[in-house]
Design a protein around this ligand. Sequence first.
Ligand SMILES: Cc1ncc(COP(=O)(O)O)c(C=O)c1O
Length: 325
Amino acid sequence: MTSPIDQSAGTPVRVSLGSWPTPLEPAPRLSSALGLDPDDLRIKHDDLIGLGGGGNKVRKLEWTAGTALAQGADVLVTSGAAQSNHARLTAAAGARLGVDVVLVLTGTPAPAGNIALDTLLGASVHWCGDVSDGELAARVQEVADGLAAQGRRPAIIPFGGSNALGATGYRTAGDELLRQDPAVQHVVVAVGSGGTMAGLVAALGAGRVLGVDTGALPDPASAVAGMAAELTGQPADPSTLRIDGSLLGPGYGSVTDVVLEAMRLAAHTEGLVLDPTYTARAMAGLMAAVRQGDVTRGRRIVFWHTGGLPGLMGHTTALERIMAG
Ligand SMILES: Cc1ncc(COP(=O)(O)O)c(C=O)c1O
């Protein structure tokens, strides 16, 4: 019997899964509506990465899947919530790269949003019901061990694609932004499993990155600091990170009034569609930062659009509240 591949033992290898750079577009009507000058705000469009419906996870998969393939993997195993964008994009990366994908998901199946796309993209799905993070990790290991016992070469891609290898994709994204706008002063981004913010902090420094917590992890600051430290080789103090944890409401995926307000504002001013779990929460965080004077007029501000539209189309509560007006 072979063992699942240990990614941490591999030399990082990048495979191309997108066209870079992603667009950086002005958003003057949204900027003014937020109380900023029209030229202050730009949108970094990682939602427009072409693979599998787009989103931030593609940049991480360039490194995690690239390294796994270089190590000889013939099947990628990963985990997430039922409406995980990372799971959907791992399925898409597997299809593009010609390797099988097995998804280990919490919750139960419903024919909507990311779940339908997972199947369309050819992944196999193991449903776990409502399990703890620890139980989910154990199920992933069981699935990978089972595949190895059949003579396959599975590689486990971490939850949310977030380890230092995956976060490398966002260090290179931060460098990409600096080439587009060397004077950027604030970058606003959603924080889930933390790899996106960690990579941006490694490239741009902690002071320029405002992360908005979505409630996916119990201690996002430690997770982000840990990955940022691995990327830079310098210790990172979680207390120096700008993470706004005040937008959680009742918890991960909840549709609060401010989340709906952020969705409506972006849609009505710029035709920009945000998802309720990640990007609308990040926009609500930018709205709060402007109100509180953390982000002020005349600054160069980038809102990082990390995708998630399929998640909106799988979020019945959000859709019902939108339709209720
Ligand atoms: C659309 C979207 N935006 C942002 C994030 C947060 O990224 P990270 O998990 O790297 O913190 C996620 C994570 O699932 C996501 O799906």
